[in-house]
Design a protein. Structure first.
Ligand code: HEC
Length: 153
């Protein structure tokens, strides 16, 4: 898990993680846990209120897609799960332009890596191999987690 996350961050070159760790190191030891829970070190995106609403609505679509995929996998409906992965999480022209609208190169890279992982998940689901599919799903959700740890609106 740790190595995969490191591999992902090395691959996409997330600057945000370094910032988070650097702040962490400066904290007085005794206050460590308290500080961590109150300080939000995530990088804010510069976006209009309309784009914020759009982004959140897309995000709710993403979590819904993950939920459908898990449900379909549990019913052995791999074909349908694959369609959801490609159509809702994969790299569409709409998602490609959306990810580039934030004027943040790392965010865009992370977004594109995420949508690519959605297509990889769709391809893996086609094989109907449960363990390989779970691993592919985990790669996708790791990028959800990595981006949420690095950026906020
Ligand atoms: C490239 C970055 C990125 C990726 C990848 C990403 N998100 Fe998000 N997501 C965000 C940002 C930024 C926010 C706003 C968070 C904030 O301001 O606190 C957000 C917010 C959300 C929200 C809150 C929606 C609301 O209405 O408040 C949900 C749910 C969510 N994401 C789910 C997901 C899921 C599930 C995935 C993966 C399948 C995912 N996201 C992948 C960047 C990302």
């Amino acid at each position: 898990m740790k190595t995969t996350l490191l591999a992902i961050s090395a691959f996409i070159g997330i600057g945000g993680f370094n910032g988070v760790f650097a702040d962490d190191e400066k904290m007085p030891v005794g206050h460590h846990h308290h500080e961590m829970s109150t300080i939000d070190a995530r990088i804010p995106l510069k976006v209009s209120p309309e784009m914020k609403r759009n982004q959140l609505s897309n995000m709710r679509g993403h979590v819904e897609a993950i939920n459908s995929i898990v449900g379909l996998m549990s019913e052995n409906k791999f074909e349908e799960a694959s369609k959801v992965a490609h159509s809702k999480l994969g790299l569409s022209p709409e998602m490609q332009s959306m990810c580039g609208m934030f004027n943040d190169e790392n965010f865009e890279k992370l977004g594109l890596a995420f949508h690519k992982s959605g297509d990889d998940l769709g391809d893996t689901l086609q094989t109907k191999d449960m363990y390989a599919s779970l691993r592919a799903l985990n790669k996708t959700t790791q990028i959800c987690v990595a981006c949420h740890a690095t950026y906020r609106q």
